[in-house]
Design a binder for this molecule. Structure first.
Ligand code: HEM
Length: 366
């Protein structure tokens, strides 16, 4: 190792060391970045999972946990093309990526100083959930890609994604009690909206289960007419868009803070784009590329809807580490002021910021 030039050694070791240290000695920023990476990873695996389906690779590896012929990795097989095996096996490998991201979030939350119990609790959900998903994926293969199992796989992924989004949003705020920044009815409307989006996702999986992309020619299909279920699915999409309009209107007339209105506007934009993709794929006889795009769109709609709920309330912001000078209040040589003084002043600062950002329509939390 001594003959390796210094710059090369640093290039190889530093990024890795920094990466490991960002988990082992996390800061608020690295905690947030790991949470964001997990959101991206979990959204990404939904799209690669759909790619498996639309390329007819669902049974590329027809066994689980082995691929084919008792081998853990793809081997030459008369019934399974190398491409199909590669796609399905590649998607299986991605499980380890989301597992690593979930584990990184958990270890970072565990090592964060000071410990934030709420973050730790949310982060603890992820690794276990990934394992449940891996087992579910195996059962999906063993069921010959039954559409109900496929729907469950998708919806479980949406739950995991929600946990990742919650971790990310919570890692950006402090642990003070939540304070609503909109009227209670508006917040309730946002909850209803999130529920409606989930029902819309579930209905989408029924359309998929009745459509041509089962992941393999032998995959069973629901006995519904695709036109009927697609119509119900599209009607639900209209309902979701209507609820989002209602939310935006309510936020507007109550002069709600900008961040809440922007979040609802982003949600509406993603929904409209997703609706256009939905109709395009329906009228173009469900081409694989658009199906993958539609799956990406549905994860974005889900993330945007969850984000709205988090942005309708506030907690005290994360407290920046107090500068050393602030910790010593008395003249040099005297004992430092009690820690309470510092905490109180930090909270005051946070309170002043918070109040300044509130708009006219802000309502006090009972
Ligand atoms: C905000 C609006 C929408 C959302 C969030 C959404 C969500 C979804 C989801 C989650 C799936 C299942 C994906 C899977 O199982 O892999 C799906 C499938 C589908 N959606 Fe939508 N959708 C929306 C709007 C629409 C609209 C307006 C149409 C028009 C008819 C449409 C047509 C379809 C079709 C045809 C499928 C089945 C594709 C396949 O065979 O895999 N969607 N949608």
């Amino acid at each position: 190792m001594n003959d390796v030039p210094d710059f090369l050694r640093r290039f190889v070791t530093d990024p890795l060391t920094r990466l490991l240290m960002s988990v082992w000695r996390p800061t608020d920023t690295s905690m947030r970045r790991w949470a964001l990476a997990s959101v991206i990873g979990n959204a990404g695996i939904v799209v690669t999972g759909v790619t498996v389906r639309v390329t007819n690779s669902g049974l590329g590896c027809s066994q689980w946990p082995e691929c084919n012929g008792g081998s853990l990795v793809p081997i030459a097989h008369p019934e399974h093309s190398p491409l199909n095996q590669g796609i399905e096996f590649g998607n299986r490998l991605l499980t380890f990526v989301v597992l690593a991201l979930g584990a990184a979030c958990f270890v970072a939350a565990l090592r964060l100083v000071p410990r934030r119990r709420a973050l730790l609790r949310i982060a603890a959900v992820q690794p276990g959930w990934v394992i449940v998903q891996a087992v579910w994926g195996g059962l999906l293969v063993l069921s010959d890609l039954h559409p109900a199992m496929n729907a469950g796989h998708f919806l479980l992924s949406s739950g995991l994604l929600a946990a990742a989004v919650a971790l990310y949003m919570r890692s950006m705020e402090g642990d003070g009690p939540p304070r609503r920044i909109v009227h209670r009815d508006i917040r309730n409307l946002a909850f209803v909206l999130v529920g409606a989006v989930f029902v819309l996702l579930a209905a989408g999986t029924v359309v998929t289960g009745s459509g041509p992309h089962g992941g393999d020619d032998k995959a069973p299909r629901f006995a519904f007419s695709i036109e009927d279920v697609a119509r119900i699915h599209a009607d639900l999409a209209y309902l979701v868009v209507g609820l989002t309009f209602a939310l935006l209107f309510a936020l507007h007339v109550t002069d709600a803070p900008g961040r809440a209105r922007r979040a609802a506007l982003v949600l509406l934009a993603v929904e409209l784009a997703q609706g256009v993709i939905g109709y395009a794929q329906y009228f173009l006889a469900i081409p694989p590329l658009l199906v993958a795009l539609h799956a990406l769109g549905s994860t974005l709609v889900w993330i945007a809807a969850l984000r709205v709920v988090f942005l309708l309330r506030r907690r005290s912001p994360l407290q920046p580490p107090a500068p050393a000078a602030e910790l010593v209040t008395g003249p040099s040589g005297t004992a430092p002021a009690p820690e309470v003084t510092v905490i109180a002043s930090a909270t005051d600062r946070a309170g002043a910021n918070g109040t300044a950002e509130y708009a006219r329509g802000d309502l006090p939390t009972p």
